[in-house]
Design a protein around this ligand. Structure first.
Ligand code: 3MF
Ligand code: MG
Ligand code: MG
Ligand code: MG
Length: 386
């Protein structure tokens, strides 16, 4: 009946269901919840875990005594419910200190403070057992390229990530790090704007094996890109360390819609890639309820994200077993054992055999692929009439 259980590995950030409806043009429309309440409520709904930015849990400027109390209350809620904290991250975007970037600020003092803040946040995450550490560089970017920091910023970013990876090992935290790309918002241009950019950058780090990506559905979609294509590349590179599921209209402001709210077919192929590839990490929802909603609407939103995932997972299984779909796939994907053997790896004999081969170019171009039929079958399956 599509009721989630912890085995489904659904997680939410404290900032997601805790979002109060504030946007750049309007005040909060609901009060938000305490962290322990979120934990208890998510557990009741069948979630697996919860994540946080340092300041979602411990407000900036909290005293040591306040911190201890908050940590105690949060831990009690986790212990009572069995919810886990698989991922943690740093808020390097809200404080005005970070208005021109954190690791890529042109001010060396801000860069050093960003490192300090992140080390404390990594300590906090480790205290709750987090194994994945996310870097979303929300303020790492520019509006004014005249500042001349485009190349410096990449070097500063790299130095910071190298530094923090060593800190993690030195402390015995052994985090796996996940870079979360986003093209823009809140900056005019954010550095490392897409999954592909992040993957390219990771290869330049001192310990690239410790770094992967945390792709977000909305972020690739804002850039006009395909989320399934982005995560396929991450999976292929062995770099899908975490994922932010939500939804988004293409080309718009960052909407963080309920998973499946807008692009059901892309959501379906997202679930298909995750399930077929054996992705074992959390299915993390980085989204929030519409500003129109009250507390009840927030939990309807959270339940909806998980339910839609499970329904789509069911559809994925149905799709893979559907005889007509399988036949359409088989017709589409032409196999040729001899040519595949010749093409797979280079040798001078393979090269010569391919050069000597006669191909019927015209016939290859004339073959109809049956993709209209296949796509309609997919649509009908998703519409529930298959
Ligand atoms: C913004 C985001 C972020 C990141 C978070 C790290 C506030 O569009 O997606 O959410 O996901 O900082 O997980
Ligand atoms: Mg986002
Ligand atoms: Mg967002
Ligand atoms: Mg995100």
């Amino acid at each position: 009946d599509y009721t989630p259980t912890p085995a489904d590995k659904f997680t939410f950030g404290l900032w997601t269901v805790g979002q109060t409806g504030r946007d750049p043009f309007g005040e909060a429309t609901r009060p938000g919840f305490s962290a322990p309440h979120i934990v208890r409520k998510l557990a009741e709904l069948g979630a697996y875990g919860v994540d946080f930015h340092d300041n979602d849990l411990i407000p900036l400027g909290a005293s040591a005594a306040q911190r201890d109390q908050i940590v105690r209350d949060f831990r009690a809620a986790l212990d009572d419910t069995g919810l886990v904290v698989p991922m943690a991250t740093t808020n390097l975007f809200t404080d005005p200190a970070f208005k021109d970037g954190a690791f890529t600020s042109a001010d060396a003092r801000v860069r050093a403070y960003a490192l300090q803040k992140t080390m404390y946040a990594m300590d906090l995450g480790a205290e709750f057992g987090a194994q994945t550490y996310v870097f979303w560089g929300g303020r790492e970017g520019t509006e004014v390229d005249g500042g001349g920091k485009l190349l410096d910023a990449l070097a500063w970013f790299r130095d910071s990530l190298n530094f923090l990876a060593q800190y993690s090992q030195d402390q015995g935290y052994n985090y796996r790090f996940a870079l979360e790309p986003k093209p823009n918002e809140p900056r005019g241009d954010i550095f490392l704007p897409t999954v592909g950019s992040a993957l390219g950058f990771i290869a330049t780090l001192e310990q690239p094996e410790l770094f992967g990506v945390n792709p977000e559905f909305a972020h690739e979609t804002m850039a006009g890109l395909s989320f399934p294509h982005a995560i396929a590349q991450a999976i292929d590179a062995g770099k899908l360390f975490h994922i932010d599921l939500n939804d988004q209209k293409m080309g718009r402001f960052d909407q963080d819609l309920r998973f499946g709210a807008e692009n059901l077919k892309a959501a379906f192929f997202t679930v298909k890639l995750l399930e077929d590839s054996g992705y074992a990490g959390p299915r993390h929802f980085d989204a929030h309820a519409l500003r129109t909603e009250d507390a009840e609407g927030v939990w309807a939103f959270a339940r909806g994200c998980m339910r839609t995932y499970l329904i789509l997972k069911d559809k994925v299984a149905q799709w893979s077993e559907d005889a007509e779909i399988r036949a359409a796939l088989e017709a589409y994907r032409v196999q040729d054992a001899e040519l595949e053997a010749l093409s797979r790896t280079y040798s001078s004999t393979n090269a010569q055999a391919l050069k000597n081969r006669a191909f019927d170019r015209v016939a290859l171009g004339q073959r109809g692929l049956g993709l209209e039929h296949l796509d309609q079958l997919t649509a009908e399956l998703l519409l529930g009439v298959r």
